[in-house]
Design a protein around this ligand. Structure first.
Ligand SMILES: [Cu+2]
Length: 315
């Protein structure tokens, strides 16, 4: 929503700059005309008239998933390293550069932390969710367990006074890279003797209810421990571009309704009928473990009933 509002403002500004003589289709082209976008005072009915007939709806090109950009809304994810040597505790540091060009030092706490760092190898075979330490000057530091290959890092945060965003950046890890064979569908994950089963289906454009059931040695786990304000934390990434999707848990520990397992419920909305990789972090007996899944979202068939008829008549 915020992205479309901002982009709409940007297009309005462009419309003002170019006037009515230039069609909006051409005006959209030179997106590097940044001075126009930076001027918040460029508003007016003239620009709004230029907007008429344009599809600025949620389903348009304006709704961009998180995590695909290194800079957004004036904030930039500045990694100190572009290439590192593999290891189990590789030092990684970065800053979030703010609109004033300086490292951000004021954050709002979300899910109990100022910043969540997610590291995923691009073949989805490696995943880590860590909480770096921030120095006074705004430098964030942590260590990651990195095998050779191309990794994608996501910084999920809310700078004070700004909207919550997720920025992405690439980190290359030296060494021989053997990409894992892609898996189409995995709904059961085992980790350290725990079995986690994913229930629910993803449908493009609809909020889906996902239920993750945790058992150990065949017995339901009913004493999960709170982690980041919930009984689990779920990250969803799209195959192909690693778009980082918003997922939120149902209920919270201590609300009098939410049970500490064996089921942990989330709601997720995927933007397209693609493959998605889901990573559940859950805490039990003091240890946080990650269960990984792969599911494929289906198209929203209710949106295109004509397509269904076309399929029927073809048979
Ligand atoms: Cu986190």
């Amino acid at each position: 929503m915020s992205v479309s509002v901002k982009l709409a403002g940007f297009l309005v500004a462009l419309a003002v700059v170019f006037g009515g003589a230039v069609g909006i289709g051409r005006a959209v082209g030179p997106v590097d005309v940044s001075p126009a976008a930076d001027h918040g005072d460029m508003e007016g009915t003239e620009g709004m008239e230029g907007m008429e007939g344009m599809d600025m709806g949620e389903s348009g090109a304006t709704s961009i998933p998180k995590g695909l950009m290194v800079s957004q809304n004036g904030y930039s994810f500045r990694l100190d390293q572009a290439i590192v040597t593999p290891g189990t505790a590789v030092p990684v540091s970065f800053t979030i550069e703010g609109p004033d060009g300086r490292p951000v030092t004021e954050y709002d706490v979300e899910h109990e932390k100022e910043l969540h760092l997610i590291a995923v190898r691009r073949d989805f075979s490696g995943f880590q969710h860590v909480h770096p330490e921030r120095a006074q000057d705004g430098t964030w530091s942590t260590t990651l367990d990195l095998a050779p290959g191309q990794w994608r890092l996501f910084a999920d945060f809310k700078a004070s006074g700004a909207e919550a965003i997720t920025l992405g950046n690439d980190l290359a890890v030296r060494g021989a890279y053997r990409p894992a064979t892609p898996v189409a569908e995995t709904r059961t994950a085992t980790v350290d003797g725990y079995t986690v089963t994913l229930g629910g289906d993803l449908t493009a454009g609809e909020e889906a209810k996902l239920t993750l059931n945790v058992t150990r040695d065949g017995a339901p786990v009913t004493d999960l421990e709170p982690y980041l304000g919930a009984y689990g934390h779920l990250v969803a990434l799209r195959s192909g571009d690693l778009a980082y999707l918003h997922v939120h848990p149902e209920g919270a520990p201590g609300d009098g309704e939410t049970e500490p397992g064996p089921d942990v419920v989330f709601f997720a909305e995927v933007p397209s009928p693609d493959g998605y990789h889901l990573y559940l972090d859950f805490k039990h007996e003091g240890v946080v473990r990650t269960a990984a899944f792969t599911v494929t979202g289906s198209a929203d068939t209710e949106r295109s009933p004509d397509d269904d008829h076309a399929d029927d008549s073809a048979h």
